[in-house]
Design a protein around this ligand. Structure first.
Ligand SMILES: NC(=O)c1ccc[n+]([C@@H]2O[C@H](COP(=O)([O-])OP(=O)(O)OC[C@H]3O[C@@H](n4cnc5c(N)ncnc54)[C@H](OP(=O)(O)O)[C@@H]3O)[C@@H](O)[C@H]2O)c1
Length: 228
């Protein structure tokens, strides 16, 4: 249960991250949300709750991540690596997939998760849960030819999830990844099937039901396991 537990969410200023903050607060959790730019975090700053705290953090900057991890005074029960980007639409032959764009996608989506988990390991409570927000586009069976570097980055997210689950097994830490559904955010676009609130509500219910037997698995937002 999230009641009185602490949850740390990256990329919390908009989209799915913001709704994960709101749903966690509805469940009386102690919530920490991170934002990258103050100018894009107005909705986050409007949250008035004693159970909420926010920090500026860029998941591609290890110093910025360590600064925040050093400031935390309470252990984290749920660490949610949600921050992500999709810079490269089209396929590997499209202009959008410039070297610079592809490096940025890998830097934010893949290294961002690795650096965040590494830096916050010391802040994790006993039996903590680490949740990487991945995407169904990353499964090997998916044969879409759009957003190729994004798909590769999310395949890598599921792969590092498995590595972390092994590396943290002796500490009883559960590490999983989730597909949030196709969600109406800046990334998902207006035609997506779920609102950010619907996705976040369902995800939070799933997070509450996680146990150590789930470590190393990839789940849909409705709780069903996905082969990857
Ligand atoms: N929407 C979908 O349909 C969908 C489907 C599958 C998976 N996902 C995944 O779900 C997660 C959230 O997506 P979303 O739809 O909510 O996207 P979004 O609305 O575009 O929000 C992305 C969030 O990530 C933050 N972010 C980006 N780069 C960052 C960095 N270097 N450091 C810290 N924060 C950074 C953004 O901050 P700024 O405001 O500063 O840019 C923003 O808060 C992502 O991992 C995405 O890949 C989404």
């Amino acid at each position: 249960m999230l009641n009185n537990r602490s949850i740390f969410i990256t990329g919390a200023n908009r989209g799915i991250g913001l709704e994960l903050v709101n749903e966690s607060l509805n469940k009386n959790a102690s919530v920490i949300g991170t934002f990258r730019n103050k100018s894009k975090a107005k909705e986050l700053f409007q949250i008035k709750s004693n159970n909420f705290n926010s920090f500026q953090m860029n998941v591609t900057n290890e110093t910025s991540i360590l600064d925040v991890s050093d400031k935390l005074t309470k252990p984290i029960d749920f660490l949610v690596c949600n921050a992500g980007i999709n810079n490269g639409f089209g396929n590997f032959f499209d202009e959008d997939h410039s070297q610079e764009n592809m490096l940025e996608v890998l830097n934010v989506n893949v290294l961002g998760c690795i650096l965040t988990v590494r830096s916050f390991r010391k802040n994790l409570n006993n039996n903590a849960k680490i949740i990487l927000i991945s995407s169904i586009l990353g499964i090997q069976q998916h044969n879409g030819s759009n957003a190729s570097i994004y798909r590769a980055s999310k395949a890598a997210v599921n792969n590092i999830m498995v590595s972390f689950s092994e590396e943290l097994k002796t500490e009883n830490i559960t590490v999983v990844s989730f597909h949030p559904g196709w969600v109406r955010t800046e990334m998902g676009g207006p035609n997506a099937t779920l609102s950010a609130t619907e996705s976040a509500k369902s995800l939070i219910n799933c997070f509450e039901n996680l146990s150590f037997k789930d470590t190393g698995k990839f789940f849909n937002y409705d709780g069903n396991q996905i082969n990857f």
